[in-house]
Design a protein around this ligand. Structure first.
Ligand code: ZN
Length: 261
C-alpha cells in the first residue's frame, strides 16, 4: 500500500527549493518599504497606487536594495509573505494571477516579478506538493500565524487537509505519529482551552470570548431567577427569546460533536 504522506521524499522536501523557490511560507519580505518609483508619482492628484505591473517591478533602474525571493508556481494560494514579526499576510485567492497581482501591489519588494504563463511541470509540482504535505503533516500550516486568518484557506489547502485527515482517520499508525487534525479549523472551541499552540489557540480563544459575550447561556434552571432580557422587551417576546436561547443551547453541542467526530 502506498504511503502518500510518509517516506524520504516527504521528510526531506525542501522549502524554499533551490530551483523553484518558495512553495509555502513564511516567505520573507527583504524590502518591506520598497515601492516602485512609478507608484510614488502623483497621478490625477493622487499618489500612485495604480495596479502595479510586472514591468514596473522589472525596471532595472528601480530595483529594491535587497534581492527578492522566488515564489513557485506551485503554492498555497494564500499570501504567505511575512508582514508582521513572524505573522504572514493570509489573504487567500482562487487563482494564481490574483495572488500574484496582490503580491505586486501589497508586497512589491518581496517576490521576484515574473510573467510566466507556462504550465506547471511535474519537476516543479512534485517537490512542491511534497513540501506542502510536509508542512501540513508537521502542523506548520495549522499553527502558522496570519494577520488575516485564512481559516481553511484556499481550495488547494482545504482539499489537501481534507485528504490527509481522511488518511489519518483510516491509518491508526499514521495518526499515532502525526495526529488527526491538520486543518486550521477556526471553528469556535467551546470546551476548555485546547492544547493547540499559540496562533491557532489565540484565534480560537478570541472566538470564545466573542461567543460568550453574544450568547451568555445561563446554567439550566437559573434563567427564571436571573432574567437577562432587557426590561424594554414585552413579556410575550421574553418567552420567545428564552426559547430561542434554549434551542441555541441545544444546537451547540450537536455542532461540536460533529466537528470533533
Ligand atoms: Zn499579502
Amino acid at each position: 500500500m502506498s504511503r502518500p504522506y510518509e517516506g524520504a521524499r516527504i521528510d526531506n522536501a525542501a522549502n524554499p527549493h533551490h530551483q523553484w523557490g518558495y512553495f509555502h511560507g513564511p516567505i520573507p519580505n527583504n524590502n518591506p518599504d520598497y515601492m516602485p518609483n512609478s507608484q510614488r508619482e502623483t497621478v490625477g492628484g493622487k499618489k500612485g497606487r495604480t495596479p502595479v505591473k510586472v514591468a514596473e517591478l522589472q525596471d532595472e533602474t528601480d530595483i529594491p536594495d535587497n534581492p527578492r525571493v522566488k515564489l513557485s508556481k506551485l503554492n498555497t494560494y494564500v499570501c504567505d509573505v511575512v508582514v508582521d514579526g513572524d505573522d504572514m499576510c493570509g489573504k487567500t485567492f482562487g487563482q494564481q494571477p490574483a495572488l500574484r497581482r496582490h503580491i505586486r501591489q501589497k508586497h512589491p519588494g518581496a517576490i521576484d516579478p515574473v510573467d510566466d504563463r507556462s504550465n506547471l511541470d511535474d519537476s516543479e509540482s512534485i517537490p512542491g506538493n511534497n513540501a506542502l504535505k510536509l508542512w501540513i503533516r508537521s502542523g506548520g500550516w495549522r499553527r502558522a500565524g496570519y494577520v488575516h486568518e485564512p481559516g481553511r484557506g484556499s481550495h488547494k489547502m482545504n482539499k489537501m487537509c481534507d485528504t490527509i485527515e481522511a488518511y489519518a482517520a483510516a491509518n491508526p499508525e499514521f495518526a499515532a505519529q502525526y495526529g488527526t487534525k491538520f486543518h486550521r479549523d477556526p471553528v469556535p472551541v467551546m470546551s476548555t482551552p485546547s492544547k493547540r499552540r499559540k496562533s491557532a489557540a489565540t484565534y480560537n480563544s478570541d472566538n470564545d470570548k466573542s461567543n460568550k459575550s453574544k450568547s451568555p447561556s445561563p446554567p439550566d434552571g437559573s434563567a427564571s431567577k436571573r432574567p437577562r432580557v432587557s426590561s424594554k422587551v414585552p413579556d410575550t417576546d421574553k418567552s420567545k427569546v428564552a426559547a430561542a436561547r434554549k434551542s441555541s443551547r441545544v444546537t451547540k453541542p450537536i455542532k461540536k460533536g460533529k466537528t470533533t467526530a
